[in-house]
Design a protein around this ligand. Sequence first.
Ligand code: NAP
Ligand code: MG
Length: 502
Amino acid sequence: MSAAPRSITPSQAARDFLARRHQLFIGGRWVDPAEPGSIEVFDPASEARIATVARGGPRDIDHAVAAARTAFEGEWSRIGSHQRSRLLFRLADELEAHLDLAVELEVLDNGMPRPIAHYSIAKFGCDFLRYYGGWCTKILGETIPVQPHDVANGESLTYTRREPIGVVGAIVPWNSPLIMAVLKLAPALAAGCTVVLKPAELTPMTALLLGDIIAKVGIPAGVVNIVPGYGHDAGAALAAHDGVDKIAFTGSTEVGRKILLAAAGNLKRVTLELGGKSPFVVFPDADLTRVIPGAARGAFFLQGQNCMASTRLFVHDDVFEPVVEGIAKLAGAFRLGPGLSPESDLGPLISAEQRQRVMGYIGDGRNSGAELVCGGDAPAGKGFFVRPTVFAHTSMDMKIAREEIFGPVLCVQSFNDSDLKAVAAEANKTIYGLSGSVWTRDISVAHRMVNLIDSGQVSINCHAAVDPAIPFGGNRQSGWGREFGREGLDPYLKTKATTVMF
Ligand code: NAP
Ligand code: MG
């Protein structure tokens, strides 16, 4: 298992960025908050303060929404779709040009290992912007071949147009900060909307870098506004704001419910990407050389702080022992350390609070009668680390198996039922329905299970396959709506129907 975390010196560029004065990005300018206030930002691997950023509050949200409205009704509404597309491509190019800095800031702010930050920003930052850049010129209405009865005596043409919904409030979590911001910005801008983005208070750094990049590529002032602040304050003000037409939220199910209530005032549209507790079902004929690394990756990627994490493994009795043993061996070999170190496979959790929460669940697991196979502790010393933890012989009446932990804790449950409905019923026994996977060489079993599992995504022989073009989102209390792909544009558009009589 891991060596004690070592401190790694960030590059000069990262140190310069972190040390500068961090204001709010409103109306294309960096401005101070209406009321003085700041947020201290920490590196979760060293627990050292790395930056101080301005804290936005409700009055700043007012200013940002007004700037977004002015841009929406003004310059942005006159920019054609080709130009919007060009701007999104330019944004992707500029993000790519800042990739090293973005990666380093993300690692220092969030704690994730550098290769993961690199892959995710290149793939989901840059590729996502380009994917939606391509959509700007392909947002189509329809012609509808009917003759409405009030034009019965004439000829008519009915067509629809897809119009941007307006001002979007984007509220995002800390687990993959830059990507979460881009997942909202790209479709919103492609659709022709303007945005007020509130990053998580724990991880605002890469959103602020995005402000620099946005100003540089020539996106008009006010089209994107970035207001770091606390959820209960700036976030709540944005969700309730009458000048906002839609909230795009990613975060916990609990806060998702608050967003819905806040949005009721002006009945703004809401999309919610919420929690998960995804099943990973292994049949006895599955290729265990793929299952074992797939399960370890699926559960411990981003230290389990990942909404799609495969935290519930259902393994057939015949292969239960080798699967559990194989995963425990891999989990035990993961090296914990600061994300900037090339020797780290897993980083810290985001905060002391999150570590305490996860350790609380582990304590609960120990008392529940489940077998602790590996991990279960937090290494001493600096950094909010928790060792990857595997509990075997869990059941769906245990809290650790039912609730989203958002940490490196895997529950493994056995089954020997040949009735697929019974297996799927166990897999569906949570309030969530975000992701899931089925592992077997039998195509009939695989497709029957796909039909039976109630999740927005169910993969076969892989877990959490994500791509900008693949729709992503949750069923049940994992959320409302879909992101990614063509479907990911829909929530940013409204349809206008027109009939012309001639
Ligand atoms: P969270 O506590 O729900 O916070 C998410 C965002 O909402 C943060 O920006 C937060 O601000 C803000 N917020 C908090 N209270 C608010 C309020 N009353 N009104 C408006 N905004 C408010 O979630 P988290 O702990 O940061 O992130 C972990 C959760 O996100 C997990 O449940 C995970 O499953 C989910 N998640 C889902 C997806 C997905 O795509 N389905 C992806 C990633 C994560 P502050 O941080 O400043 O409080
Ligand atoms: Mg939070």
